[in-house]
Design a protein around this ligand. Structure first.
Ligand code: INI
Length: 157
């Protein structure tokens, strides 16, 4: 039988940083609500969570890097909404945000989850922030909880 490693969905002994972009805050505020609700419902005490606001999604990686390297957090969540119809430089913002978040996670060794909706229009974005198609903030929190436990387990293995 193989030795299997799998993160448990128990956040009671974990600490999280949540970084939220203020750009498109109608959407990102709902992502934040979903993320905090998910952490709470998986046992994370309120005082184990810190929230930091940044101007836009492009700023998420730098704040994530600062927080991930403090050693205070088991995982960091990045929440943003990048909407194609609102910007001619959608691809630059979306690509650099994704690349930056992935880099912070690999460089720091701390799970950094991608709760950024990238959509063609506002309606699709709202739909992914708690309306028709789930809540990407909730998903980012679930993934952070699972990865925090998996990485903690792998360090001990
Ligand atoms: N930031 C977003 O989070 N979403 C967007 O849709 C967006 N648009 O449309 O441009 C956006 N731009 C701001 C960017 O993230 C930076 O804050 C800005 O370029 C300053 O560095």
């Amino acid at each position: 039988m193989p030795r299997v490693h799998e993160g448990k969905l128990d956040a009671s002994n974990r600490r999280f940083a949540v970084i939220v972009a203020r750009f498109n805050s109608l959407v990102t505020g709902k992502l934040l609500d979903g993320a905090l609700d998910c952490l709470r419902r998986h046992g994370c005490p309120e005082d184990h969570v810190e929230v930091a606001w940044v101007p836009g999604s492009f700023e998420l990686p730098l704040a994530a890097s600062k927080l991930a390297t403090t050693g205070r957090f088991d995982a960091v969540l990045c929440l943003g909404a990048i909407i194609r119809s609102e910007t001619p430089h959608f691809d630059f913002v979306a690509n650099e945000t994704a690349r930056g978040i992935a880099r912070v996670s690999l460089d720091s060794g701390v799970p950094v989850t991608f709760g950024v909706v990238t959509t063609d229009d506002v309606e699709q974005a709202i739909s992914r922030a708690g309306l028709r198609s789930g809540n990407r903030g909730w998903d980012a929190a679930m993934n952070a909880i699972e990865m925090a436990d998996l990485i903690a387990g792998l360090k001990q293995a």
